[in-house]
Ligand binder design. Structure first.
Ligand code: NAD
Length: 240
């Protein structure tokens, strides 16, 4: 899917799925502004020929400044990928207010700010892709606090698609199953070991590149009649 001449922002672009999206966008011809809270991402962005802005997606003022920087640098903004996320597993019996608020801040406030500040600059239409999770659509032991906010991302996607559709802005969502990234390997080793190879229809966890391919389609003009949708990229886990 050709992205020549497109300007994109990818949040959480310094690791895992975000890093694969950034590299795929670059290969397709887009200019990319990488946003990440980790300073480690700056050197990677430079290596990939991208701009970088250190951003905490949970801070709406920083998200506004991020989107303004894309317009200043690239002359506009065509694609916004709200990918940054955090993970931690705990049973609901041990739900912790501070941890729940961290999830809400990064996943809900972050995606909400990413949608509205990006859309404000998409004067000639655009594409927004949000990253949810398979945990949003079915129950998993110990993922309640995380999953609730990931379900909220599907809801935000639907509302945004309704509100921004008339302006030619498409808003879609990709919900990954288990993907081989630091987040999954560090925070969900039990889920990876016990479940992924058994319950996915393809018998394996996914690769970041396989997620990036779906995001790439949703972000491109090839998806010009797709909006408000959530695509599960989970090796069939949600079906089997
Ligand atoms: P990762 O930990 O490899 O990368 C996440 C990136 O987001 C990191 O670079 C991190 O620094 C950045 N980040 C975290 N908090 C941030 C903040 N407040 N502001 C800006 N950047 C921030 O994780 P990943 O697996 O690549 O996850 C990417 C997205 O995919 C997340 O939204 C995650 O919830 C989702 N997801 C991942 C899996 C999986 O199995 N890996 C499954 C379902 C959903």
């Amino acid at each position: 899917f050709d992205l020549t001449g497109k300007a994109a922002i990818v949040t959480g672009g310094g690791s895992g799925i975000g890093a694969a999206i950034v590299q795929r966008f670059r290969a397709a011809g887009a200019q990319v502004l990488v946003a990440d809270i980790s300073p480690r991402a700056e050197a990677l962005a430079e290596q990939w020929g991208c701009a970088f802005r250190r951003t905490d997606v949970g801070n709406p003022a920083e998200m506004a400044a991020l989107c303004e920087e894309a317009v200043t640098r690239f002359g506009g903004l065509d694609i916004m990928v709200n990918n940054a996320g955090i993970a931690a597993a705990a049973p609901l019996a041990d739900a912790d207010e501070a941890r729940s608020q961290r999830f809400w801040r990064v996943h809900i406030l972050g995606v909400q700010a990413g949608i509205r500040h990006a859309a404000a600059h998409m004067t000639a239409g655009g594409a927004i892709v949000n990253i949810s999770s398979i945990t949003a659509v079915r129950g998993f032991l110990q993922w309640g606090e995380y999953a609730a906010t990931k379900a909220g991302i599907i809801s935000l996607t639907q509302t945004a698609a309704v509100e921004y559709g008339p302006r030619g802005i498409r808003v879609n969502c990709i919900a990954p199953g288990i993907i081989d990234t630091p987040l999954a390997m560090d925070e969900a080793p039990d889920m990876v070991a016990r479940n992924a190879n058994v319950f996915t229809l393809l018998g394996r966890i996914g690769r970041p590149e396989e997620l990036a391919a779906a995001v790439h389609f949703m972000a491109s003009d090839d998806a010009s009649y797709v909006t408000g949708q959530t695509l599960l990229v989970d090796g069939g886990w949600s079906t089997g």
